[in-house]
Design a protein around this ligand. Structure first.
Ligand code: KG4
Ligand code: ZN
Length: 339
């Protein structure tokens, strides 16, 4: 069964064709990041406009690269939530038009469930049930994937998402948006024990809170800048690489510790990582190392499937289709629907 996936929840316009939820026939991602970088973050109005401008071309390219015509496609799957509402609506309305015109079933897909499905495209052996840590610019969640479509959230962020904290700290350190990858690179040359940072406590031990940690890092940067100005020195005496390494290590330690605790509490031995922050080399290394010591098997998507893409939406769409999940022409988008 061939599914055309459509993803427009944030700043990537993406279309892909996936066979039986596991094999990518094509995956096209048009990123708007260069334009949003000028503003230091995603500008929702610009995101919606760019999606509208390029979705037809991205879809045509995905079909062409897959060697399929629209008539070879069995269903259209689209991200409906969560995300920027104007951006989501472009994808949802395009998918509705396509499904209606081509007389194909329309499948609604939750973006975070889509991130989880990214691992099915890389690991044919991965099947539910398992634990999944989804860490992206908008979300940080530990989930129990009970079946392909039934998820239980065990822990979530109470404030900033992990990627959001990476991006805000990166901005304060003077790196371009999105800064996660720059922190990752700087951290490789830094001493992770140089700055002592707080480990925020949460009432539910599996929840996350990154806002206090982010503020602590930003305060260190501002204090260093002020001291430098007071001495008439313009170069702040700040060890940027060490601060990046200390921050990254603390975030990764929090994520790993809570994920390992979730594994202990649930007894799961299969664990998957996903989302944009899954690209972080420190997190991949630490999880690999820690989980192998407790006999857990870790699945981490290739870098190409960590960030937003439509192949993961088509993959999840396949399993939603098998579970009988269909949408009508009254399908709407939602900025914040739960799993
Ligand atoms: O999944 P994604 O593409 O979009 C959302 O659904 O939010 O995730 C984007 C996030 C950004 O915050 C970005 O800085 C972060 O993933 N990211 C990283 C790395 N690569 C991307 N964070 C840390 N280290 C990286 N190497
Ligand atoms: Zn995402």
């Amino acid at each position: 069964m061939r599914i055309l996936g459509i993803e427009t929840s944030c700043d990537e316009t993406a279309c892909a064709v996936v066979e039986d939820g596991r094999e990518i026939l094509s995956s096209v991602v048009a990123s708007q990041v260069d334009e949003h970088r000028l503003y230091g973050g995603v500008v929702p109005e610009i995101a919606s406009r760019r999606h509208s401008e390029c979705i037809v071309q991205v879809c045509e390219e995905a079909l062409e690269k897959s060697g399929c015509n629209l008539s070879d496609i069995d269903a259209v799957a689209v991200t409906t939530s969560p995300g920027l509402i104007g951006a989501l609506l472009v994808g949802v309305n395009f998918a509705k038009g396509l499904a209606l015109a081509a007389d194909k079933p329309l499948i609604p897909v939750h973006h975070i469930k889509g991130h989880a499905a990214a691992n099915y495209l890389a690991f044919p052996e991965l099947e539910p049930s398992y634990l999944c840590l989804a860490v992206s610019g908008g979300h940080s969640q530990i989930m129990e994937v009970k079946s392909y479509t039934d998820f239980a959230v065990l822990g979530r962020t109470l404030d900033d998402a992990a990627g959001e904290a990476f991006d805000k700290v990166a901005r304060a350190l003077g790196f371009p948006y999105p800064g996660g990858i720059y922190i990752d690179k700087a951290a490789r040359d830094g001493d992770k024990s140089k700055y002592k940072l707080p480990y925020p406590k949460t009432p539910n031990e599996l929840d996350f809170s990154f806002s206090g940690l982010k503020t602590a890092v930003i305060n260190i940067i501002h204090n260093a800048e002020q001291r430098a100005v007071g001495r008439g020195v313009f170069d702040a005496p700040l060890d940027k690489n060490a601060l990046a390494a200390s921050f990254q290590h603390t975030v990764c330690d929090i994520l790993c510790t809570k994920l390992q605790r979730a594994a202990e509490l649930t007894g799961h031995k299969t664990i998957a990582l996903t989302g944009g922050v899954a690209a972080n080399s420190g997190l991949r290394d630490m999880l690999n190392c820690q989980l192998s010591t407790v006999n857990c098997q870790l699945f981490v998507p290739p870098l190409s499937l960590c960030g937003d893409n439509a192949a993961m939406i088509a993959a999840q769409g396949y399993y939603e289709f098998l579970a009988g999940n269909r949408a009508g022409m009254d399908l709407n988008a939602s900025a914040s629907r739960g799993l």
